[in-house]
Design a protein around this ligand. Structure first.
Ligand code: ZN
Length: 212
């Protein structure tokens, strides 16, 4: 017997998700067959609205319902302390441990094996944001601090080094933009997204100067 087309379509769709193989895709699809039609429609509309209902913040590239995002438009936030992360999930993690500054979300790390170069993620945008801030007199006496919080994987490290070099090559020296890297309290290659609160707080507090 051939698998009916609608079933096969959904199996194929599930298989495109990370961590889902053919067996799981089949199981999920046949599981959904037992759902009432109304619940399936709610599920489908949640999927449809995922992108139409969200925006990328034009300042920090975080995902929110509004642009600028609720963090960038919050006057109580320290605009001169910026955590650079690879994913919006990491923003959630740093929010949970009480970061009072702002963010810049790269949406990935440089990874030549997966054909992700510097231009595929939001690095240029970070540099022009910084240049604009420096030009506009941001930072004051304390200067601006960039906290590089990409994961401690090889790709995370080389992305941090690349960004740090670009900032210095862009003529923004230590007095204007301080560059720090979160401490290695996190396991090597470990994901920030999965770190417990204590480990993440320690990694943030234990940050130190970073040079490429
Ligand atoms: Zn923002």
């Amino acid at each position: 017997m051939k698998i009916p087309r609608p079933i096969e379509n959904l199996i194929n769709a599930f298989e495109r998700l990370p961590g889902i193989g053919p067996k799981t895709a089949q199981r999920l699809t046949f599981y959904l067959l037992h759902f009432p039609q109304e619940e399936l429609e709610n599920f489908a509309s949640a999927l449809t609205n995922l992108k139409t209902g969200t925006k990328l913040c034009s300042i920090c590239k975080n995902v929110d319902e509004v642009d600028p995002c609720s963090i960038c438009s919050d006057a109580r936030r320290d605009k001169n302390t910026i955590i650079v992360t690879s994913s919006p999930l990491d923003v959630l993690a740093f929010e949970k441990v009480g970061h009072k500054g702002t963010y810049h979300v790269l949406h990935g790390v440089i990874n030549p094996l997966e054909n992700i170069g510097p231009d595929e993620i939001y690095i240029k945008e970070l540099i022009s944001r910084l240049k604009e801030m420096v030009g506009g007199g941001s930072g004051g006496d304390r200067g601006i601090e960039i906290i590089l919080a990409t994961n401690s994987s090889m790709e995370g490290e080389s992305t941090a080094m690349y960004i740090s070099k670009l900032i210095r090559d862009g003529g923004m020296d230590e007095d204007v933009v301080r560059i720090t890297r979160i401490a290695r309290g996190l396991p090597v290659g470990g994901d920030i997204e999965y770190a417990d609160d204590i480990t993440l707080t320690r990694a943030l507090e234990g940050r130190s100067s970073f040079t490429s």
